[in-house]
Design a binder for this molecule. Structure first.
Ligand code: AMP
Length: 308
């Protein structure tokens, strides 16, 4: 898949124990967190350096799984206390999610410290954390080629100024359709992506759940379909998985051209489609490069139509 030596990807975000219930099953205290989903997805393309925090209760077996995927955990702080926990429930319409609880635990006092060995990272993904912390990360990295951030409705409502500061300093922002509408106060995703680009990022990627994703760059609008899955077991982490696949592919190819960003969007969608096939990271951990390439090719077929 990669043409040149893959550059490293630095990923900062939550490492969690998730309790998730969907109409098709449930898991309790399963491995999760935005940094975990995105790191595992990115690791299929490039070496990953993870920054996050866990408590003393975080199972050793999870650390082993991440290490086995060539994810550098030097930047994972292990501190006294309980690991961040999130619980959510999905309706029969799997796009509808209800957060049942968010226990910040050790995440509450998380201050990202970027180890010296990570500071030259060329590709940086600031997963969904407090935008003030995202800014602290940017103060510690030297000369990244590309910085991408994610966010969520809570920060749009409660830390807008800090978020606007982050947006001035990133190249790509990734958000879901609801967040884009909320950030720009418009129902139109076309207008929202234009307005967000005016705030700083040259590329805006809007994820639309089971309806795919759009990527807006300077003058170009790219629509990626979603993969037509017959069964979705658990959509948790799909957005983070998309992000990891997207930036991992870009780091692997070290190419930020429009054409390559389009391929990255499809790789992101490919990885996300695997993520939702099972609970937690079960499916995502067990992929082969061949499966990824085969599904990428199917995407091409899904979106193909004859020219005039
Ligand atoms: P997604 O389904 O892509 O929105 O991501 C879900 C993941 O985000 C889960 O694994 C959660 O542990 C994690 N998560 C949920 N709420 C938060 C939060 N407030 N801050 C950071 N991570 C969170």
């Amino acid at each position: 898949m990669a043409r040149s030596t893959p550059k490293k990807v630095l990923i900062v975000g939550s490492v969690a124990l998730d309790t998730v219930k969907t109409p098709f099953g449930e898991v309790r205290d399963a491995l999760g967190g935005a940094a975990v989903y995105s790191s595992v997805a990115a690791s299929y393309f490039a070496p990953v350096q993870l920054v996050g925090v866990v408590g003393t209760d975080f199972p050793e077996k999870h650390l082993k799984l991440l290490l086995a995927r060539n994810i550098d955990l030097t930047g994972l702080q292990r501190v006294p206390g309980k690991t961040f926990r999130w619980a959510g429930e999905y309706e029969y319409d799997i796009n509808k999610r209800r957060t049942l609880s968010t226990e910040l635990n050790v995440f509450e006092n998380f201050r990202p410290h970027i180890p010296e060995a990570y500071r030259n990272a060329k590709y940086v993904f600031l997963a969904n954390i407090d935008p003030e912390l995202q800014l602290k990360v940017l103060e510690q990295v030297r000369e990244p080629t590309l910085v991408m951030c994610d966010t969520m409705n809570f920060w749009i409502e409660n830390k807008r100024d800090a978020l606007l500061e982050v947006l001035k300093r990133v190249d790509i922002v990734l958000l879901n359709d609801e967040e884009a509408r909320q950030l720009c106060n418009t129902p139109s995703l076309v207008k929202a992506s234009r307005d967000i680009r005016a705030l700083g990022p040259s590329v805006v990627v809007i994820k639309k759940g089971e309806h795919g994703a759009i990527m807006v760059t300077d003058g170009a609008h790219f629509s990626a379909p979603s993969y037509p899955l017959e069964e979705v077991a658990d959509p948790t982490g799909a957005g983070d998985t998309f992000a990891g696949g997207f930036i991992g592919y870009i780091a692997a190819t070290d190419d930020i051209s429009e054409q390559n960003l389009r391929k990255a969007t499809i790789y992101g969608s490919t990885l996300a489609s695997f993520c939702v096939e099972d609970f937690s990271l079960r499916r995502l951990m067990a992929l082969s490069p061949e499966e990824i390439v085969a599904r990428y090719c199917e995407f091409k077929q899904i979106a193909f139509f004859e020219p005039l």
